[in-house]
Write a protein of this length. Structure first.
Length: 276
């Protein structure tokens, strides 16, 4: 089988490529040339294409070999930055998704799967709005091109994904610097990246249509997450509480009216085991 992975150099994408590469031909598209080269060194059999998902030429080149399946992980995902970089967020999360879907209607792969976010279920900022539009575009694509399976898997946070607050906390704690905490009572859904990759394939197998496939997820408060990090990496010099920022919610929902403070919660000890 031949698979096309947009965003294959990211924290989740690399683990997906690792799973795919054993018995398949894999093409990876990503913006960061250095990370692409490093990924190629790690998995020599893959083909790499440097470029942005919002660039029509890049997308056309990626679909040129007519992949059997497409994994769409590329996204502008920083919630706070999206509020000030609206155009860049829209280019990646809306225009880029649309370009991929248009290409899929020409080459007609067996499936196209999008990784989305709980921010699309309770929109309070630019990032969540763009991801919701991406989800809706997949539903429209399914109606227009029923021969291809279009699927969306909706996540919470992937533990220690690139640019996440956990990676920032780790660096600050190891250097005994000040930690920024928005609200200790805020709760967030979390998965390990191993579980996250597994969910992509479960979505392809079990989801009946293009509507977001929402797995059961556990959550933890930011205050307890901080305690777990302190147990793992040591205390910071100071913890500064700044309150919720634009685009953030006190509690998240994956949809269906169930919020992150209402589901099963990780204990501090359990969450610490996911940190590495």
């Amino acid at each position: 089988m031949k698979y096309l992975v947009f965003g294959g150099t990211g924290f989740l994408g690399e683990k997906l490529v690792e799973r795919l590469v054993t018995d398949n031909e894999v093409i990876v598209v990503a913006r960061n040339e250095g990370k692409l080269i490093s990924l190629k060194e790690k998995f020599p059999s893959i083909d790499i294409i440097p470029g942005d998902i919002s660039d029509s030429w890049t997308v056309a080149k990626a679909f040129n070999d007519k992949p059997d399946g497409v994994f769409l992980l590329s996204a502008f995902k920083h919630v706070g930055m999206a509020e000030n970089e609206v155009l860049q967020c829209v280019k990646s999360n809306v225009s880029g998704v649309l370009k991929v879907l248009r290409a899929s209607m020409v080459t007609k792969p067996k499936f196209v799967v999008l990784t989305s976010t709980d921010k699309a279920a309770q929109v309070s900022g630019v990032y969540g709005a763009t991801k919701l539009i991406g989800e809706k575009l997949f539903e429209e694509a399914e109606r227009l091109n029923p021969g291809t399976k279009y699927r969306v898997v909706r996540y919470g946070n992937v533990i220690k994904s690139t640019g996440s607050f956990l990676t920032k906390w780790e660096e600050k704690m190891k250097n005994r610097e000040e930690i920024i905490l928005t609200d200790p009572n805020a709760t967030r859904f979390f998965w390990s990246r191993y579980e996250a990759v597994k969910l992509i394939f479960e979505c392809l197998e079990k989801a009946p249509d293009a509507k977001p496939w929402v797995p059961k997820m556990k959550a933890i408060s930011m205050g307890k997450a901080l305690k777990a990090c302190q147990r793992k990496w040591g205390d910071a010099s100071h913890v500064k509480i700044i309150g919720l920022q634009p685009g953030e919610n006190l509690h998240e929902t994956m949809g269906g009216g169930v919020f992150s403070n209402e589901v099963e919660q990780y204990s501090v000890e359990e969450f610490e085991k996911f940190l590495f």
